[in-house]
Write a protein that binds this ligand. Structure first.
Ligand code: 13P
Ligand code: SF4
Length: 362
């Protein structure tokens, strides 16, 4: 019988540390812990591998472990399940760790959009559907079924290039900002990137707008990254003009336009780590990552600042705490699998097609 979460809820973090380490030692190479860069320190320190979504997808695909414990959010554990071997088990320590952006698109709405677009043009020969990896498995399967593909924040340009080599147009969901920022960097003018409002008939677009568009952007966004504003950059630069600005591409167009560098969480870490000592950085991405980077770099005299004056943590990433991690690991050590993420086989088959296409193209 599994050990209940109630037994863990009141444990303090230090006690959890000891119990996590003991369960990990007992499980040995049978278990691997993957940690996304946005995880809080108390969880992040237990990860065997950390990374952005692309790196963690590859880590999951290459893992030999029996259990893949994903300290991240739901779509990441689904990807681990889809890309791992059938006998491997993906586990999400807290099942409530979702992604608000991923929830902004669902299969019914995307199917409706596809059917409406089909009233205007031949979708099969004209449009490649691309889903950002921050999406449910059935949307990845939709892409797999329509010769589409998945992208992450670190390979979005390569995936758009791959798509335009197949067909003239792209439907990009759920994050409008990643699509717009990447498309613009590739030289696509803003007027050729239209936004599909999924609450309106025909996305709120005219037939002419759809026919003229190269990229149709789903009207989704990340609630964390929308807190970063261009005026925050202006105010900071007025005080510290030497600052270099770096942003995640989920931030809005105006922020990314003002940034010196734009890239995934892994790219942000690499860029700031490789920078000269005594440089100053203003960073537009989630707070846990920025705080850790600040601590890591201050010894070299580097100043790493968070862009927003208000705190913006990913509240769903934050749901994974040491108590939940101890809970799933001790259950595994006792032979009980809890919080398994298992994507149904019919969905996984087509989602894998779109994920494999991404891994080959990037
Ligand atoms: P990365 O792939 O850059 O880690 O981004 C994932 C994410 O959810 C950012 O909000
Ligand atoms: Fe989703 Fe935004 Fe959290 Fe990333 S930061 S997991 S996009 S809610």
């Amino acid at each position: 019988m599994s050990l209940p979460i109630q037994d863990y809820a009141l444990l303090d973090d230090d006690e959890c540390d000891v119990r996590i380490a003991a369960a990990k030692a007992q499980l040995g190479s049978r278990c691997v812990i993957l940690g996304h860069h946005y995880q809080r320190d108390e969880v992040f320190k237990h990860a065997d591998f950390s990374g952005d979504s692309l790196k963690l997808s590859r880590d999951a695909a290459n893992s030999a472990a029996e259990y893949i414990v994903f300290c991240g959010v739901h779509f990441m554990a689904e990807v681990a399940d889809i890309l791992s071997r059938p006998e491997q088990i993906a586990i999400l320590p807290d099942l409530a760790a979702g992604c608000s952006m991923a929830d902004m698109a669902n299969l019914l709405k995307v199917q409706k959009c596809w059917a409406e677009l089909a009233q205007v043009l031949d979708v099969d020969s004209q449009i490649t559907p691309i889903t950002y990896i921050n999406s449910a498995a059935d949307l990845k399967a939709f892409c797999g079924q329509h010769d589409g593909i998945v992208c992450t924040s670190s390979n979005a340009q390569k995936i758009l290039e791959w798509s335009f080599a197949q067909k003239p147009k792209v439907l990009f969901f759920p994050d409008q900002h990643l699509g717009r920022n990447t498309g613009y960097r590739m030289g696509i003018p803003l007027e050729e990137m239209v936004t599909w409002d999924f609450n309106k008939p025909m996305g709120g677009l005219t037939e002419a707008q759809i026919l003229n568009a190269k990229i149709i952007l789903w009207n989704g966004h990340c609630s964390v990254h929308q807190a970063f504003k261009p005026e925050q950059i202006d105010n900071f630069l007025a005080r510290y003009p030497e600052t270099q600005v770096i942003a995640h591409p989920e931030a809005c167009f105006e922020v990314c336009q003002k940034a010196d560098y734009v890239g995934s969480t892994e790219y942000i870490l690499k860029t700031v780590r490789a920078a000269a000592p005594d440089t100053r950085w203003l960073v537009a991405t989630e707070l846990n990552l920025v705080n850790r980077l600040h601590e890591e770099c201050k010894g070299e005299g580097k100043n790493v600042h968070f862009m927003s004056p208000t705190l913006c943590m990913c509240s769903t990433m934050f749901r994974t705490d040491p108590q939940h991690l101890a809970w799933v690991l001790e259950n595994l050590a006792a032979g009980e699998v809890i919080n398994q993420i298992a994507v149904p086989a019919d969905v996984a088959q087509f989602a894998k097609k779109a994920l494999d296409a991404m891994l080959v193209a990037s």
